[in-house]
Ligand binder design. Structure first.
Ligand code: MG
Length: 286
């Protein structure tokens, strides 16, 4: 009798965990609109258009000034250091998409994105992980909106945590610094000034797929920006890829481990102190 009681509790809690994950999912609707004779996909997440610029419909996250020097963390002993400021670590750990040496360059001991050089990819592949990246947008502000200090941290080559100059530089909320691009705006805007170093600490759990390619457990993402929580265990409702101006890509089945990538979006964004710790996948709850 006692045994059955415990089993029942176990079942209830497992159902509860699963339900809690599902309940955090937004309602997504899609439609196709004809624009200039072309079919343009539109996606709405909880009734808000992807890349909505009307702040009465999609308010901008409140601005928070991060603490002085917060979260510039040296790698712990069990981390894989992917960039430590040396040419050796660049050549050992990174390539372009085709596997050739990257044209990104080291300037003053930091790594700089080079326009037209393409994304930079880790040679090692990763799934679920804890990732630390430090970055700075260019001191000389040359663009605005998505054109200023744009890069990105792509988990598994697919899931983008946006890198952007979001210091007094307004763009759609789901595309500003720390956004899961097109899917989830940051809770707050903790961006530092252009030229100042910033950190992302990302805890990522990869999505799972069945044999037919259907996602059976969505990815989750927690992001801390300059010591401030900006994505709180967000269940990623789909991919973060470009699918027109107001839509995001869906999950597409992929390998259990893939390189992670940094984006060349044409702006000389700089990176330093990149390290990663692999995480075990959480057990599947039914
Ligand atoms: Mg980007």
């Amino acid at each position: 009798m006692k045994y059955n009681y415990i089993s029942l509790i176990a079942v209830i809690s497992a159902v509860h965990i699963h339900a809690a994950e599902d309940m955090s999912q937004p309602v997504i609707t899609k439609e196709i609109r004809k624009e200039n004779g072309k079919d343009v996909p539109y996606m709405f997440i909880d009734g808000i258009k992807v890349h909505e610029t009307d702040t009465s419909k999609q308010p901008l996250p409140p601005v928070v000034t991060p603490g002085e020097g917060a979260a510039m963390t040296a790698a712990p002993s069990d981390a894989t250091v992917l960039f430590d400021g040396t040419e050796a670590s660049l050549n050992r750990n990174w390539s372009d998409r085709a596997g050739n040496p990257t044209k990104w360059k080291i300037v003053d001991g930091v790594l700089e994105s080079v326009r037209g050089a393409g994304y930079i990819h880790s040679k090692q592949t990763f799934g679920s992980c804890q990732l630390h990246v430090e970055w700075t947008s260019p001191t000389k502000v040359e663009g605005k909106g998505q054109g200023s200090g744009n890069s990105g941290v792509f988990l598994m080559n697919n899931y983008e945590v946006q890198v952007l100059d979001s210091y007094e530089n307004v763009t759609y909320a789901d595309g500003q610094a720390g956004a899961l691009y097109g899917r989830s705006k940051p809770l707050v805007n903790a961006c530092r000034k252009p030229g100042e170093w910033q950190s992302y600490d990302i805890i990522f759990h990869r999505p799972l797929f069945d044999e037919s390619g259907k996602v059976t457990r969505r990815a989750t993402m927690t992001v801390i920006h300059n010591g401030v929580l900006i994505q709180d265990h967000v269940v990623l409702s789909g991919g973060t890829g470009w699918d027109g101006p107001h839509s995001a890509s869906e999950y597409v089945a992929h390998a259990d481990k893939l390189p992670f990538a940094l984006q060349d979006h044409g702006n000389p964004v700089r990176f330093r102190n990149i390290w990663i710790r692999e995480l075990k996948d959480k057990p599947v709850t039914k």
